[in-house]
Design a protein around this ligand. Sequence first.
Ligand SMILES: *[C@@H]1O[C@H](CO)[C@@H](O)[C@H](O)[C@H]1NC(C)=O
Ligand SMILES: *[C@@H]1O[C@H](CO)[C@@H](O)[C@H](O)[C@H]1NC(C)=O
Ligand SMILES: *[C@@H]1O[C@H](CO)[C@@H](O)[C@H](O)[C@H]1NC(C)=O
Ligand SMILES: *[C@@H]1O[C@H](CO)[C@@H](O)[C@H](O)[C@H]1NC(C)=O
Ligand SMILES: *[C@@H]1O[C@H](CO)[C@@H](O)[C@H](O)[C@H]1NC(C)=O
Ligand SMILES: *[C@@H]1O[C@H](CO)[C@@H](O)[C@H](O)[C@H]1NC(C)=O
Ligand SMILES: *[C@@H]1O[C@H](CO)[C@@H](O)[C@H](O)[C@H]1NC(C)=O
Ligand SMILES: *[C@@H]1O[C@H](CO)[C@@H](O)[C@H](O)[C@H]1NC(C)=O
Ligand SMILES: *[C@@H]1O[C@H](CO)[C@@H](O)[C@H](O)[C@H]1NC(C)=O
Length: 509
Amino acid sequence: MALPRSSPFFHLLLAFFFLWHLPLGFSDQSNCQAWLVQSIPTDMPDLQLVPGVLSTGDVLQWLAGNATKSLDLTVQYWELLAGPNDSNSGDYGYSEAEMKKFGADVGREVYKSLVNAADRNVDIRIIQHSGLYPNYVQEASDLAAGHTNVKNITLLLRNWWGTGIVHSKVWVSDNKDIYIGSANNDWKSLTQVKELGIYLVGCTKIAHSLRHYINNLWMLSTLNSTDYTRTIFDSQWQASRKVPCWSNFIPKDEHCRSPLHPARHVPHVNGYPIIEDPATFDISIETPGMNASTASSDLSYLSFSPPELLFHNFQSDEQGWIETIKSVENGGTVRISTMDWLGQSQFTNSMIFWDSLSAAVSEVVFAKNATVHLLAANWTHSPDNSDKYLKNLLYTNVLCSSSKYNECGGNIEIRYYIIPGYNETGPAIDNGSATGNFYPGYSRVNHGKYAVSDARAHIGTSNLIWDYFYTTAGVSFGTYNPSIVKQLQEVFDADWNSPYAQPVQPLSA
Ligand SMILES: *[C@@H]1O[C@H](CO)[C@@H](O)[C@H](O)[C@H]1NC(C)=O
Ligand SMILES: *[C@@H]1O[C@H](CO)[C@@H](O)[C@H](O)[C@H]1NC(C)=O
Ligand SMILES: *[C@@H]1O[C@H](CO)[C@@H](O)[C@H](O)[C@H]1NC(C)=O
Ligand SMILES: *[C@@H]1O[C@H](CO)[C@@H](O)[C@H](O)[C@H]1NC(C)=O
Ligand SMILES: *[C@@H]1O[C@H](CO)[C@@H](O)[C@H](O)[C@H]1NC(C)=O
Ligand SMILES: *[C@@H]1O[C@H](CO)[C@@H](O)[C@H](O)[C@H]1NC(C)=O
Ligand SMILES: *[C@@H]1O[C@H](CO)[C@@H](O)[C@H](O)[C@H]1NC(C)=O
Ligand SMILES: *[C@@H]1O[C@H](CO)[C@@H](O)[C@H](O)[C@H]1NC(C)=O
Ligand SMILES: *[C@@H]1O[C@H](CO)[C@@H](O)[C@H](O)[C@H]1NC(C)=O
C-alpha cells in the first residue's frame, strides 16, 4: 500500500529517516585533513624539496599502523620485499650495502606494517592484478596464509573488458584514512621512482565512496564474466570490443541490469558523455602541511575508470582530467605531469585513436590564452611512439598562430623528465657476469599522474593512454582547495625547473 504524502505516518517516517541519518552526516564534521605525498628517488641532489609534503613510505606505514578495524587495498602488483638474491629479479646481484643505499629497507618496513596489522586482527581486503614476474602475488598470499582476517583476490579485468588490469593504487584504513596516488606496492615506488599522491585523514565521506568502488570490484570477482559480457561494436571509439553487459556502449534495449550496487537507473545515452553535474564532496579540508589556511569549504571529487564501474553520479576518470584542464582561467597555467602520454590505445586488438586530452589542451591554448606545461617521463620503457604524439601536441603552437587573423596568446611547452641513471637499470649480474648497471630494473622514472590549473588539482592513478580510461581500474581525487592547488603547483614547478626536465623539440613548422 502506498502511503499518501499527507499522512502523519509519512511525516513520522520522514523524521525517523532523517534522525537515523543525522549521526552519519555529523560524523563527517570530524576534521578531514590532507597532505600531499611524494616519493623522491635517491641521487637527485638538484631537486628542490617542497616543505610540508610527506613521504610515501611513511604514509603507507601510518595507514597500516593506525588501522584498528579494516584495511582495503587495491594493488597492481607486489614487490615490497627486494630480491637481490633472486636471479630472476631486477634487483639481482646488488650488495646489501647497495640495497640499503637504494632504500630497500623502506619497502620492508611497509610490508612489516601490513604483517603487524594482520597480526592485530585488522580485516584486510586485497584486490590485485595477477602481479609481475618473478613473484606475482606471493607477498599477498604470504599475508593471507595463516590469517583468516586477510582476504586476497586476483581480479582479471581482461575477462571483462578484453584488456585491462587493476591499476588503481588506493589504501583505505578504518573507513576514514586514505592514500590515492601513483605509488605501487613496490619498494622501488618508495625510493627509486618519482611518485605523487595524497594522504587524507579522517575523511569518512570520501572513504565511503572509495569503499563502494572497491566493493564493486570485489563483486566483479564473484561473478562469472562469461555470463555478463558482450563483444560489441563501440560506435564512440569505432572498434569491436568486449564490455560488461550493462555498459552504456551497448544500445539500451540490449542492456542487462547492472549487478553492481547501487543499480541506479540513469537515462540512457550511448557512451559516457560528460556529466553536467557530477557528484562532489562539499567538505572543508584542513591542510596542516601547507602554509595558506582555508576556512572555507571547497568542492572535492573522486573520479573512476572504467566507466562501467561508476555509480551514483561520479564522473569518469577521463572527465576528471578534461575538466581539470578546462578549469584554467583566461591567461592562466595548466600543469600536467605524467609517466606516459599517447593519443591512442596501447593494449587493444584494434587500434583506437584518442584525442580527448590533447583536444582539451589545444582548446584552452586557443580559446583561453592558456599556458600549458606538460612533463612526461623519458626512460627505458617509454612507449616508442610517445615522442611523435608529444610533437603532435606541440604543433598546437604552430596552428594557434597559423594565420595573420589568429590572435594567439596561448602556448604549450613540453619537457621530458629524465631521472639520472634511467639508462643504466637492471640486475647487477646476469648469466653470471656483471652487467655494469647502476640501479635495479624498472626504476629511475617519473611515475606521478596529476594535473593542476589555477583553480583545481587532480591526483590520479592512470597513465594518459586510452586503455587506462576505458578498460583499466583507476581512481583520482580532485579538489578546488586553494592550499592543495598551490602546493601541487609548487611540487610540479620544482620538477619543471630542475635540470632533470629537458625540452621536447618541436616539429619544424
Ligand atoms: C611556511 O612559510 C614559512 C615562512 O615563509 C617557511 O619558512 C616554511 O617553510 C613554510 N612552510 C610550508 C609548509 O610551506
Ligand atoms: C598514525 O598516523 C599519524 C599521522 O596521520 C602518524 O603520525 C602516526 O605515527 C600513525 N601511527 C601509527 C601507529 O602508525
Ligand atoms: C641475501 O643473501 C645474503 C647472503 O646470504 C643475506 O645476508 C641477505 O640477508 C639476503 N638478502 C635478502 C634480501 O634476502
Ligand atoms: C590468497 O592467499 C592464499 C593463502 O596464501 C593463497 O592460497 C591464494 O592463492 C591467494 N589467492 C589469490 C587469489 O591470490
Ligand atoms: C561461466 O558461465 C559459462 C556459461 O554460462 C559456463 O560455461 C562456465 O562453466 C561458467 N564458469 C564458471 C567458472 O562457473
Ligand atoms: C626520449 O628523448 C629523446 C630525446 O631526448 C627522444 O629522441 C626519444 O624519442 C625519447 N624517447 C621516448 C620513448 O619518448
Ligand atoms: C589572447 O591573447 C591575444 C594576444 O595577446 C589577445 O589579442 C587576445 O585578446 C587574448 N584573448 C583572450 C580571450 O584573452
Ligand atoms: C646514460 O645516459 C648518460 C647521460 O646521457 C650518458 O652519459 C651515459 O653514457 C648513458 N649510459 C649508457 C649505458 O648508455
Ligand atoms: C644466458 O646464457 C644462456 C646460455 O648461455 C643464453 O642462452 C641466454 O641467452 C643468456 N641470457 C642472456 C640474457 O644473456
